[in-house]
Design a protein. Structure first.
Length: 226
């Protein structure tokens, strides 16, 4: 089969190693990783905060839900050209696209996790006359941590998609832009090498979140087993 259609694994591996050794991929890896991490942090932070507010306030939940659902119903690929137009071709537009994609999983999981808390524990806090803030910090957030971190795991995978979508539409640097460039050059091995690097970045970030989830939610998991 022609290399243009499906190159041999040895050719892809050679292209990958050669690009890493010469530093050809370095700037693209750094750019894409920064976009993923910054977008993930920004989207997760806003998702977590707004998820708590909506979980605690029924008024805000009813007020904001239609707008949030509408923002998620629009395909991000369709919004990407607008963000490029508004924020330019630099990293800002890609970070915002990534943040918008990461926002919803954290919001939904956070809102659901703090709403469905053990009724007996909630009643105990009420009997002890704990304030709403104390109940949130010491009961609802710790109890909902497994669900919140599960949303973060989903957001990590989506962050890679967001960064690549932004680079597809308007980017001169990054692994997504490199894939588009390799398509134009008819360089299929380079395209596969870029996809492998994107997969590695996504898997590494996913495993880091997985390790953090096991560590942070361990006390709660022990408590539920008892």
């Amino acid at each position: 089969m022609s290399e243009l259609v499906l190159p041999a694994p040895s050719v892809i591996f050679h292209t990958l190693i050669d690009g890493l050794m010469t530093g050809y991929f370095t700037a693209h890896i750094i750019r894409t990783t920064l976009e993923i991490v910054l977008g993930l942090i920004l989207g997760s932070l806003f998702g977590f905060i707004i998820g708590i507010l909506m979980g605690e306030s029924e008024f805000l939940r009813k007020l904001l839900s239609p707008y949030i659902i509408a923002s998620q119903a629009v395909p991000k690929l369709a919004l990407a050209p607008l963000f490029i137009l508004w924020f330019g071709f630099d990293m800002t537009s890609k970070v915002i696209i990534t943040a918008l994609i990461c926002f919803f999983p954290l919001l939904e999981n956070t809102m659901s996790s703090i709403q469905y808390v053990d009724k007996q524990k909630l009643e105990l806090f009420r009997m002890l006359k704990a304030s709403r803030w104390q109940t949130l910090i010491h009961l609802k957030i710790p109890a909902g941590l497994p669900g919140i971190l599960a949303g973060l795991r989903v957001a990590v995978v989506l962050a890679v998609v967001g960064a690549v979508v932004g680079e597809f539409i308007g980017g001169s640097e990054g692994l997504g832009a490199l894939i588009i460039a390799s398509q134009g050059m008819m360089d299929t091995p380079l395209m596969f090498a870029s996809l492998i690097l994107l997969t590695i970045i996504g898997m590494v970030l996913y495993q880091l979140v997985n390790i953090a989830e096991k560590r942070w939610s361990k006390p709660y998991m022990k408590e539920t087993k008892k």
